[in-house]
Design a protein around this ligand. Structure first.
Ligand code: IVH
Length: 679
């Protein structure tokens, strides 16, 4: 019997250690299979000898059936407080002044700054090194007991690691978080199963923790990150918060990453700027920075109000989402006739910017999120992207909301609206629709296209409304006299605009292609096309008669080539091009492009493998690219040549298998026409 008990204890100890190495240290020593074998043996032994069961056994991580009466609660001796907020640098300097005033010092205070993790706050109580109770923050004083759930979180130590003696009682506080990646994956699975989606990783973490059935919690990708301690009776011998974090790490916890200590208040402000920039690169959501007085003695001297400690403050990042109400849903007509529903919102300030419109993408999206006119919604604005409606706050529904229907007539020209099978967007199919004309002209004059200085959106709208411009070519007939009749247009600016229009007529091939507004041809594809064809005639000819040539180009798939073909096959579009040329537009086929296009390397795709002796790889790549070719990393049916040096790898085998020509360096130089020049 004692043999069995010993074996069980040995297995537990090993499993705790390997769990720690795997999940906390990210540095496993044994294979997953070996770990699973040990775990299975332990499971079997515990089942056969229930007298040796233990609450902190690693077998408890898989979850347990729900507690019959819901969660029990626990009143804690030391409440989990919340934090005061700083909204700007000034507030942080004020906080520092208060701290110094209370301590009675003019000296610098030393701070530690930590990322503020956006998850659910919990407390773990360890008695004699073993996890005894885990609770939610609750109202701070009373929390819910969710020990079984917390045990399923792999980064929650069931026993402290390292050598005893441990403090006989240790309350560890921290945040249960879900990584952004784990959140995306979980939502993708839920979407497939038709289950409601979580709005953000914080909700997903909190929701997962409060599952009555801990087997569900066990299936969620949660982590526990420690940021401090509650009670630690007795003298722990620690003097600073950063030592607390270091000690927690040595006991087997993941602690707040990217902390900085030894900062004065200006240092904390500077660090905030850095964290703001790094924010998106964190695997977890962080919603700001917490500044804490580093010295525990000074912390004790400062104490706390009933709500928050006086020694710490949260400096939140500017909010990126707010709630608002949908007053109406407008339908916008884009350049290609696509109808985009747009929510007209009660104006709301999000991170310093007033937002009154947000995109709803398309009709399916509105149905999927069940968005109705009159709904209270969560609106998100991230960086420079267009604000969007994330979700409906269903609890705010009154029953007076109305369902949106896509109009069957264009809201601008009253022309028919068509939604093709398999497409998410509905389109106005009247090419002469003034909304489409405006958007096309705006695009034509924009920076990446004809780049006509002074021809901004407002002006384009006037020109189209006054029937002065209906086609691209009309732009080139405008006179200063005509332009002067427009609002906010003086003689000087009219003349400047005419000059800018004249100057734009000489345009390079890639920009010209982009300006045409062919669906799916953005600046990048336009550049590829310009590098692959000697001129527009040649491109048009290939598109209509030999679309295989288009699809053979790397970066151009069937959808894009279909769109290009459709464009050039339409005689009206050919007329548009002809008319532009007649109005004096000259397409610049740069000599380099010409030269490229004449080269047998132009538009061809190369893969390099093995050691190339004659010259560095970077130089080989440069030569190929200068001649209009491309170098890619892996061999596919679209590869034209594999250049093999010494000790070629599996790429050579793959090339042979696919029947792709393999050449050596000399062969490449021959192709490039550089053989004699280089020898
Ligand atoms: S220290 C006495 N440090 O923010 C309170 N809290 O608004 C000490 N939080 O409920 C809290 N990251 O759950 C601290 N590095 C961090 C934190 C952090 C996130 C949460 C915490 C608390 C909330 C306060």
């Amino acid at each position: 019997m004692t043999e069995i008990k010993k074996r069980i204890e040995m297995l537990r100890e090993k499993l705790h250690r390997h769990n720690y190495l795997y999940y906390v240290k990210d540095d496993p020593e044994i294979s997953d299979a070996e770990y699973d074998r040990m775990l299975k043996e332990l499971f079997d032994l515990e089942a056969r000898y229930p007298q040796f069961a233990s609450p902190d056994s690693p077998t408890n991580r898989v979850g347990a059936p729900p507690p019959p009466g819901g969660f029990e609660t626990l009143r804690r001796a030391e409440p989990m407080l919340s934090l005061g907020n700083a909204f700007n640098d000034e507030d942080l300097f004020e906080f520092d002044k208060r701290v110094r005033r209370q301590i009675g010092t003019k000296e610098h205070i030393t701070y530690i700054a930590e990322p503020k993790l956006d998850g659910a706050a919990v407390e773990l109580v360890y008695e004699n090194g073993g996890l005894s109770v885990g609770t939610t923050r609750g109202d701070g004083v009373t929390g819910e007991i969710i020990t079984d759930n917390l045990k399923t979180v792999r980064t929650v130590p069931l026993r402290l690691v390292g050598k005893p003696p441990y403090p006989p009682l240790l309350e560890v506080r921290g945040e249960v978080v879900m990584s952004k990646q784990g959140f995306e994956k979980l939502n993708a699975e839920r979407l497939k199963k038709g289950e409601p989606l979580f709005a953000n990783p914080r909700n997903a973490a909190a929701g997962s923790l409060r599952q009555l059935d801990s087997r569900i919690t066990a299936s969620r990708p949660l982590d526990f990150i420690a940021y401090g301690v509650g009670r630690v009776p007795g003298d722990w011998g620690l003097e600073t918060q950063h030592e607390v974090l270091e000690t927690l790490a040595s006991l087997g916890f993941v602690v707040t990453p990217d902390v900085r200590w030894g900062l004065d208040i200006q240092g904390a402000v500077d660090y905030y700027r850095i964290l703001e920039k790094k924010r998106s690169r964190f695997p977890y959501e962080i919603d700001g920075m917490v500044v804490k007085v580093d010295s525990l003695a000074v912390q004790r001297a400062l104490g706390a109000t009933s709500r928050a400690p006086r020694w710490a403050i949260a400096y939140k990042f500017a909010a990126s989402s707010e709630t608002s109400r949908i007053l109406a849903i407008d339908v916008q007509v884009g350049r290609t006739g696509a109808l985009t529903p747009v929510a007209v919102l009660e104006p709301v300030n999000i991170g310093g910017v007033t937002v009154s419109r947000a995109t709803l993408h398309n009709e399916d999206e509105i149905r999927r999120k069940d968005i109705r006119i009159g709904d209270t919604v969560l609106v998100q604005r991230a960086g420079d992207v267009i604000p969007e409606v994330v979700k409906v706050i269903e609890s705010k529904r009154t029953g007076n909301e109305t369902i949106f229907r896509m109009p069957d007539r264009c809201p601008v020209c009253a022309g028919p609206v068509v939604r093709l099978a398999g497409e998410a967007v509905a389109r106005c199919v009247n090419a002469a629709c003034p909304a489409q004309v405006k958007e096309r002209i705006k695009h034509f004059a924009s920076k990446g296209a004809f780049d006509i200085d002074g021809l901004g959106d407002k002006l384009v709208e006037q020109l189209v409304e006054k029937n002065m411009v209906g086609s691209y070519a009309d732009i080139f007939t405008l006179t200063a006299g005509e332009l002067e009749t427009l609002e906010r247009m003086g003689g000087k600016s009219a003349q400047n605009l005419v000059t800018a229009i004249e100057k734009s007529k000489n345009i390079d091939f890639a920009r010209f292609l982009y300006a045409l507004g062919i669906p799916h041809v953005g600046e990048f594809v336009a550049r590829i096309l310009a590098a692959s064809f000697p001129d527009i005639r040649n491109l048009a000819d290939a598109a209509v008669n030999d679309s295989g040539r288009l699809e053979a180009i790397e970066g151009i798939g069937p959808v894009v080539s279909g769109s290009i073909k459709g464009f050039f096959a339409n005689p009206e579009n050919m007329e548009v091009i002809k008319s532009l040329l007649e109005h004096g537009v000259t397409i610049r086929y740069t000599s380099k492009q010409k030269q490229r296009n004449d080269s047998p390397v132009a538009g061809k795709s190369f893969v390099l493998t093995g050691t190339l002796s004659g010259m560095p790889r970077a130089r080989v790549r440069e030569l190929i690219e200068n001649a209009g070719g491309k170098v890619t990393g892996s061999v596919s049916s679209k590869t034209d040549y594999v250049v093999a040096g010494e000790n070629p790898g599996s790429k050579l085998e793959r090339a042979r298998a696919l029947g792709i020509p393999v050449i050596d360096e000399n062969g490449l130089l021959e192709l490039l026409g550089e053989k004699t020049a280089n020898k």
